[in-house]
Design a protein around this ligand. Structure first.
Ligand code: GTP
Ligand code: MG
Length: 553
């Protein structure tokens, strides 16, 4: 045997960012590109979790022979699926057909013996492959791309597209999570689960947010939560006769304190023993306490929380909305990219609009079309059966889970029209008095004076965009008006593709150059003036015509 597989024990800190070089795109298959997922969310989550448990992550030497590598690993059992990717070195994700193969591989794996440092032994599924001698024939390994396209490439693609609809679909195709990236996200959660299992053997680490709701773009963070329901509930089945047995446990004054204590030890554990987990920060005093860290090998920025059942339910709701109509994801990706390009959103928390809020705004807008493109949350609740009933912390989170029970929309509007109308709609929305509410699909009076009020769909007394300041909202409104104006102008003067001018989506994605907003305002004013002039003229000529008509009679 020419290879030795080594268990990776806590490596030193290396810069966290992935290399942004152009990489050959090895991934052909994408998760959502051609087919709308019709699987239930829970089914999809369970399948992916089970796949991840049969999977290992291997740091490989730069030059290896793929065939020999696979042959070497196959001695532990048949391989179902594998791919390579680059992130400060070459990594392989190898999914075995059977879970036992992972154990067999781990049994043939040793802890490294280091001259200068001491390894903390930890049997994880994150391994390192070493060559015993360097004579291996070099072979070119196709590596799968885990990064979004560069701005330059994106603009080229958009400029050469055939229509705005084509542009939005191209953007979606380029930015959406690939099948490989999705696999890597579930694998990362599964590796973290192994570490957390040191404290809570029955825990489950579940991904939520944009990694699973079908709205994630390559490079987005990985939100995960530690689900301890199994640990809590197992005992409930074990009662018999007149006796009830309970575990002796430590008690703390509140749920929040329990969460903080649990996350605190998990944070320590990731920091001290988690291979590849670097930059661990325990943010325990936040409204929703979390542990933030970088998973170096996958390149993901991870946020780990506990007790986030409602957020998982929100993810499922978005998954359903994303699956109902192919225009939904294309429009959401377009709007999210637009907001990012104009710095309306940021990876740093603050007074800006979040991607989650933007997605709610798009869903609301699509509920308001005539006929509606998306059903309201209340109508999804009406379609629910007894099995769908779900109450979380006293909140009614019931909605239909079977996608096939929801009737498709009869609306046939183009993405081009929807994009323009989205900007028009929110450029003129009465944010000062109305709130956005996807449960009822209609505007309602704002219950408080927050500049932007988007009702939390499940905890209905909360506003998901409470953080947004008046000036950030104004910036959103100004940019929406400007973009609506740009797209309207193009209706009459679309630049020819050969002119190399950004047009359609590319034109509205261009970051505002200084003074462009005021320039646009002037232009808008001029065009408004022109419109008034034209109107007056047409009124005058009508009156003249009427006058002539009357006179002639
Ligand atoms: P990205 O920007 O791509 O990461 O989108 P995201 O949807 O993953 O957003 P984020 O990472 O900020 O949050 C993860 C998930 O937490 C979201 O998908 C929501 O389910 C939930 N979430 C985020 N912000 C809020 C909020 O203000 N209120 C509520 N109720 N849930 C939120
Ligand atoms: Mg996220």
């Amino acid at each position: 045997q020419r290879f030795i597989v080594r268990l990776l024990s806590c490596p030193g800190t290396v810069a966290e960012d992935l290399r942004r070089d152009e990489q050959p795109s090895g991934s052909v298959e994408t998760g959502f590109e051609d087919k709308i997922p019709r699987k239930r969310f829970s089914e999809m989550q369970n399948e992916r979790r089970e796949q991840a448990q049969r999977t290992v992550l291997i740091h490989c030497p730069d030059k290896i022979s793929e065939n020999k590598f696979l042959k070497y690993l196959s001695q532990h059992g048949p391989i179902n699926n594998h791919f390579f990717y680059e992130s400060f070195g070459l990594y392989a994700v190898v999914e075995f057909c059977r879970k036992e193969s992972v154990g067999s591989l781990q049994n043939g794996t040793q802890t490294p013996n280091m001259a200068m440092e001491t390894a903390i032994p930890f049997r994880s599924r994150f391994l390192s492959l070493k060559l015993k001698n360097q004579t291996s024939k070099q072979s070119c390994i196709q590596s799968s791309n885990q990064l979004p396209p560069s701005n330059r490439k994106l603009f080229e693609l958009l400029c050469y597209a055939e229509s705005v609809d084509d542009q939005l679909n191209t953007l979606l195709k380029e930015f959406q999570l690939t099948e490989e990236n999705t696999k890597l996200r579930y694998l990362t959660c599964s590796l973290i689960e192994d570490i957390a299992a040191a404290y809570f053997p029955d825990c489950v680490v579940r991904p939520f947010g944009s990694s699973v709701n079908t709205f994630g773009k390559l490079g987005c963070d990985l939100d995960m939560f530690l689900d301890l329901d199994e640990t809590r509930n197992l005992s409930s089945h074990k009662t018999s006769g007149n006796f009830l047995m309970e575990f002796q446990v430590k008690n703390v004054p509140s749920e929040r304190i329990a969460t903080q204590k649990i996350l605190s030890v998990i944070g320590e554990c990731l920091d001290h023993f988690g291979p590849g987990c670097v930059g661990v920060q325990k943010i325990l005093n936040a409204r929703c306490p979390l542990v933030r860290f970088s998973h170096q090998a996958s390149g993901f920025q991870c946020d780990l929380t506990t007790n986030n059942k409602i957020a998982l339910t929100s993810s499922e709701l978005l998954y359903i909305y994303g699956a109902l109509d192919s225009r939904v994801r294309a429009l959401v990706f377009g709007i999210r990219c637009w907001a990012r390009a104009h710095s309306l959103t940021s990876s740093i928390p603050g007074a800006w609009i979040t991607n989650f809020s933007l997605t709610m705004m798009v869903i609301f807008f699509l509920q308001r079309r005539s006929p509606p493109i998306l059903p309201t949350l209340d109508s999804l609740k009406t379609l629910a059966d007894a099995e769908d009933k779900c109450i979380i912390e006293g909140n009614n989170c019931t909605f239909v889970h079977d996608l096939n029970r929801i009737k498709p929309s009869g609306n046939t509007e183009t993405l081009e029209l929807l994009l323009k109308e989205f900007f028009e709609y929110f450029g003129n929305f009465a944010f000062n008095k109305n709130s956005i509410n996807i449960r009822q699909g209609r505007e309602q009076n704002k219950p408080d004076s927050s500049p932007l009020y988007i009702q939390n769909p499940f905890e209905t007394s909360l506003n998901i965009s409470k953080n947004v300041s008046q000036s950030q909202l104004q910036k959103f409104v100004d940019l929406a008006q400007e973009s609506a104006w740009i797209l309207q102008q193009e209706d009459t003067h679309r630049p020819s593709i050969s002119s190399n001018q950004p047009w359609g989506l590319a034109a509205v994605l261009l970051p505002s150059v200084p003074n462009r907003a005021s320039l646009t305002k002037k232009k808008r004013k001029r065009s408004a003036n022109e419109r008034v002039k034209n109107l007056l003229e047409s009124l005058k000529s009508n009156r003249t015509a009427n006058f002539t008509e009357t006179n002639e009679k």
